[in-house]
Design a protein around this ligand. Sequence first.
Ligand code: SAM
Length: 185
Amino acid sequence: MLEDKSRWNKKYLEENPMPVEVSKIVEKYVNHANIGQALDVACGTGRNTHFLADLGFLVDAVDISDYALSKVKKSSTITKIDSDLDKYNIAPGKYDLIVNTNYLSRRLMSQIKDGLKSGGVLIFETFILAHGDFQHETMNLDYLLRKNELLHSFIGLDVIYYEEKIDTNLKGERVKIASIVAKKL
Ligand SMILES: C[S@@+](CC[C@H](N)C(=O)[O-])C[C@H]1O[C@@H](n2cnc3c(N)ncnc32)[C@H](O)[C@@H]1O
């Protein structure tokens, strides 16, 4: 969506919303994947892309924010893809590892599964709808998982880790997140 580009460019410029440290789940579970071709879905300013490239992965880093992509390092092992994930199609059978953190596109769920090679690993973590005094970075329900949805979406993959838990976002607010690490057999 075009509004996503201007909304996220503005957010990056005004709020600097993402940390530079690799996601904990990526750091912890990356060793389940063979080093090879990786996809970072909605890579932002590249915290996970940089970590994976440093490990030797060839990373396709996709995001709609040209500002965020300008912060992703220029490297022969990183392909920056300035694209709208509402329209982007993931190449089938290409990836040893697909990473998706703090972003949700339900349209891409089956493409992510198909994008993995046999033996490829998925690391996916994002916000889940919660009730009560929980806050979310966005209250747009389209961008929030439902309970058990992440697990159901990747049925057929071999689940290495799954959890739904309370966490804090960058503003220190209580949020709920769901995380999955799974392998395509
Ligand atoms: C919360 S940030 C997460 C960034 C990164 N995955 C991380 O964990 O650091 C969400 C990212 O999704 C991107 N995004 C939002 N809508 C998008 C769309 N339609 N197509 C591509 N990227 C989009 C934003 O530009 C932003 O970089």
